[in-house]
Design a protein around this ligand. Structure first.
Ligand SMILES: Cc1ncc(COP(=O)(O)O)c(C=O)c1O
Length: 407
């Protein structure tokens, strides 16, 4: 059997043809394909505003940055504010808050779905808490009912990191449509890909304006790339100390970045978006097949235990090796890798154990215990659409061979 990766790009001639169209067109920077992707994605997600960016990490950065805008007055994020997040995380879900001088409050994860443990959030909310920002781990929705209720009760922003969860639903509704902002990644491991890419969505016009400002150098102007005078008074603005009539294109109302993508990426993404319903179905089907198999070995493996409301479009198939099993996670994953089966740990495991986070200022909601279990005992297998019956049968065979040593 050839190596079975945990993830990969699945594409056909349409992605290539779209990229060639961009090359021939000669525009190259964000253009018509980006517009079409944003329109189609907003239809799919049923949200008002979509902004493409060059990665999921940029999406998280611009999402948090947008809430530092003065237009949000008392709700504006400021240095010294606190935000609730979780220690079983991808680093760039947590990092934007640190960059802006906010203090992360790390909440342990729930081992039933590797997500933020909602029962521990309310106790750590203080007057300084302004935001909840967490990911739907491996596509599994976190408890949106409770988190949305907490955000409402305490007037907190909610950013849903949906980088791994495009197509996942909670209580019949797509994740990413519950919070103030949601972010997506189009890196090849994710449900659709652009090579590199991401997007930020919101229904709030003020947040949208702010996202665009931070994404596009911090400028006040909202013209699309290559367009002028959308506001019809390009040389008619008077803002602060800037002389009247100064070109609006070069007036900066935020300390911004340039996080835009190219139209090559958007063109590839547009072709991928058409395939999304099939990708979702295939990921769910692969997950189901693995679940039926691994459930037979419950003395060795702890599988995810989801509520009826959680309907993931799986990023991967997570497994926690039972601490009482006669083998370790590493022994199993080394064996699988030796037999050409790709495995991955659950991102950082416990983020707080990583060298980069030793020097940051943070708080925790009580003890962080489960994140260490995830770090030591958990891993995931691929369920991406190129994995079919043949690969699954092979993985099952190798697992049975491994377990036969322990009978
Ligand atoms: C939960 C989560 N957030 C953010 C990211 C960052 O996305 P990107 O690699 O596109 O920067 C990832 C990457 O896999 C992720 O899994």
């Amino acid at each position: 059997m050839k190596y079975i990766p945990v993830s990969g790009k699945v594409f056909d001639i349409e992605e290539i043809n779209n990229a060639i169209k961009v090359a021939k067109d000669g525009w190259w920077t964000e253009g018509e394909f980006a517009k079409r992707f944003e329109k189609d994605f907003s239809k799919f997600m049923e949200v008002r505003y979509v902004s493409l960016v060059n990665s999921g990490s940029s999406a998280n950065l611009v999402a948090l940055a947008s809430l530092t805008s003065k237009v949000f007055d008392k709700k504006r994020l400021k240095p010294g504010d606190e935000y609730i997040t979780t220690s079983v995380a991808f680093p760039t879900t947590v990092n934007p808050g640190i960059f802006y001088g906010l203090t992360p409050i790390f909440v342990d994860c729930d081992l039933r779905n590797l997500n933020i443990d909602v029962s521990k959030i309310e106790k750590v909310i203080t007057k300084k808490t302004k935001l909840i920002m967490a990911a739907h781990t491996l596509g599994m929705p976190f408890n949106l009912e409770k988190i949305v209720a907490l955000a409402k009760k305490y007037n907190l922003w909610l950013i849903e990191d949906c980088c791994d969860a495009l197509g996942s639903k909670y209580d019949g509704r797509l994740v990413g449509t519950f919070g103030d902002i949601a972010t997506f990644s189009y890196y090849p491991a994710h449900q659709i890909t652009m090579g590199e890419g991401g997007s930020v969505i919101t229904n709030n016009p003020f947040i949208h304006r702010s996202i665009r400002q931070f994404r596009d150098w911090g400028r006040d102007c909202w013209c699309d790339t290559g367009k002028d005078n959308t506001c019809r008074k390009r040389f008619g603005w008077k803002m602060g100390e800037i002389p009247f009539g100064y070109d609006h294109k070069y007036i900066y109302s935020q300390i911004g970045f340039n996080l835009k993508l190219t139209d090559f990426q958007a063109a590839i993404g547009l072709a991928q978006l058409k395939k999304l319903p099939y990708f979702i179905k295939k990921r769910k089907d692969n997950y189901r097949q693995y679940y039926e198999f691994f459930a037979k070995y419950s003395k060795y493996f702890n599988l995810m235990k989801l509520s009826k409301k959680e309907d993931p479009c799986w990023f991967g198939f997570p497994i926690i090796v039972n601490p009482l099993a006669p083998f370790t996670r590493n022994e199993l994953t080394e064996y699988l890798e030796m037999n050409n089966i790709g495995t991955r740990n659950i991102f950082s495991g416990n983020l707080l154990r990583h060298p980069a986070y030793k020097e940051i200022k943070y708080k925790t909601a009580g003890k962080i215990v489960n994140a260490d279990i995830v770090m030591n005992d958990a891993f995931w297998l691929g369920v991406y659409p190129a994995i079919g019956n043949e690969e699954i049968a092979y993985v099952k065979k190798i697992i049975m061979k491994f377990l036969s040593k322990y009978k």
